[in-house]
Design a protein around this ligand. Structure first.
Ligand code: FE2
Length: 467
């Protein structure tokens, strides 16, 4: 063996020692072997994009929470041939009495695309914990769907959230949605962490792909609310074709109840649902000191009453703790601005997307640094949230499988696979979290954690993680 050969062997040995050290000291990087190729978008004639039959039939039906406390629902749909009625007919199960709510219709143009007639109607004063049927398309072709309102807000109300991010409309996206639907842990509401349709991947941001995406997910979102967070693919900022109003398609199509949490923008707001207080933030709106989002969050966090809603959940798109080279450090400036508040107010968990892989952190913070003191390493902090990146919905851009090495201490588990998660609140102290990868059977959980509430039971729960 020559000198270079010896050097090579030494290098391999050193790498092996380094690797075992990494495995001992940090979290785990999954060795799961999966197919590497990305799947393309489903073609326009796919059955999941089918237009419902009948004259002016309502399509792209979706619902979200319509107030701050879960007694209202925003029903949205699109008609194509003519505006038609914007009335929603709705009735409680076991009740013959039909109610009417009147909505509004809007439309928009984007370069050479003109949208259909987009209807939004808020149904208010619903009873808690009740199944309702609703009918849209009155006067033309009607379609009927149903949803169940959440239980009354309270500290020990069990409730199950689904987590999906960066979904897109590929074959993998369809697999993710199917796995969420077939998961034996039944999600009651989806917390969606941004990047919906990826229409902007098409020439001139072909907004037809906003329509196809909404038809694709209707099978879930017409029956249970999805809580919307804006991602970078919602920006649709395209000055080269004269489109300079950010978030134009997204804000026309997806209405959220931002005014009921005193927000001045649909891009950041909060809701209470069962025993959870959910705060939605915008990674792509100003968040520096004195900005509207900063001032809103500053006033919002002290309002959270953990005796009423023990579980404080934050949704945002660009993750703060991400050990993947993909989008590395993009969330850093927002972390610098808001992380001290998250620790002060004991946020339980932060869900983000953007990175097309899965990662869960230990409870860590990195708030001691003040530029001159050099204290810039994340430390264990039992008042800090767990950070979960769940941007693995399966969109056309493929997986983010180029992770930083060694795995940082703060990272508990990471894997580049598509999937979704559920956050299953049991009572004020415990919630069971599970991540599902699409290659497994519907019931298989590839990463789990028992969450201990930061206000009621702030023990070190990250040690209970199994992976
Ligand atoms: Fe993104």
């Amino acid at each position: 063996m020559g000198a270079s050969g010896t050097t090579f062997v030494l290098a391999v040995l050193a790498a092996t020692v380094l690797n075992s050290a990494v495995l001992c000291s940090g979290g785990s990087t999954s060795s799961f072997v999966r197919k590497d190729e990305k799947s393309g978008d489903m073609p326009l004639d796919s059955d999941v994009f089918n237009v419902p039959p009948g004259h002016n039939a309502p399509q792209q039906v979706h619902i979200t929470q319509g107030d701050h406390i879960g007694k209202a629902v925003i029903v949205s749909w699109v008609t194509v041939e003519e505006p038609g009625s914007n009335t929603v007919l709705y009735w409680a199960e076991n009740s013959g009495h039909k109610h009417k709510a009147k909505g509004k219709v809007t439309k928009y143009k984007f370069y050479n695309y003109t949208s259909g007639y987009i209807h939004h109607c808020t149904i208010r004063n619903l009873e808690y914990d009740t199944k309702y049927y609703y009918e849209v398309g009155i006067g033309h072709t009607t379609r009927t769907f149903w949803f169940t309102t959440p239980p009354e807000v309270g500290p020990d109300v069990p409730y199950t959230f689904g987590l999906i991010g960066d979904l897109g409309q590929t074959y993998d996206s369809n697999s993710t949605l199917t796995h969420y639907e077939q998961n034996p842990t039944k999600g009651q509401t989806v917390l969606f962490v941004g990047d919906l349709s990826y229409a902007d991947n098409y020439p001139n941001h072909d907004n037809v792909r906003w329509d196809t995406w909404a038809r694709f997910v209707e099978r879930s979102v017409a029956y249970q609310p999805w809580i919307w967070t804006a991602g970078n693919h919602e920006l649709d900022y395209a000055p080269e074709i004269g489109e300079t109003k950010p978030f134009k398609p997204f804000t026309h199509r997806y209405h959220v109840p931002f005014k009921s949490s005193n927000s001045t923008s649909p891009l950041w707001y909060s809701i209470k649902r069962a025993s959870a207080y959910v705060i939605v933030l915008s990674s792509y709106s100003a968040y520096g000191k004195y900005t509207p989002q900063y001032k809103w969050l500053e006033q919002e966090l002290p309002k959270v009453n953990r005796s009423e809603t023990p579980w404080l959940i934050v949704l945002l798109h660009s993750p703060w703790y991400n050990s993947n080279h993909y989008h590395y450090m993009e969330g850093e400036s927002m972390r610098v601005m808001f992380e001290p508040w998250f620790v002060k107010y004991k946020v339980d968990v932060v869900f983000a997307g953007h990175v097309h892989a899965y990662e869960r952190s230990h409870r860590v913070s990195n708030i001691a640094y003040n530029v001159v003191n050099g204290i810039c390493t994340p430390v264990n902090d039992l008042s800090a949230p767990v950070y979960i990146t769940i941007g693995d919905g399966g969109n056309i851009e493929g997986l983010a499988n180029n992770m930083t090495v060694p795995q940082p201490e703060y990272s508990a588990f990471r894997e580049a696979s598509f999937g979704h998660a559920t956050f299953d609140i049991k009572n004020r102290t415990h919630a069971y979290y599970g991540w599902h990868r699409n290659q497994d059977g519907y019931a298989v959980q590839a990463d789990t954690m028992w969450f201990s509430n930061r206000y009621w039971n702030p023990i070190d729960d990250s040690t209970s993680a199994q992976s």
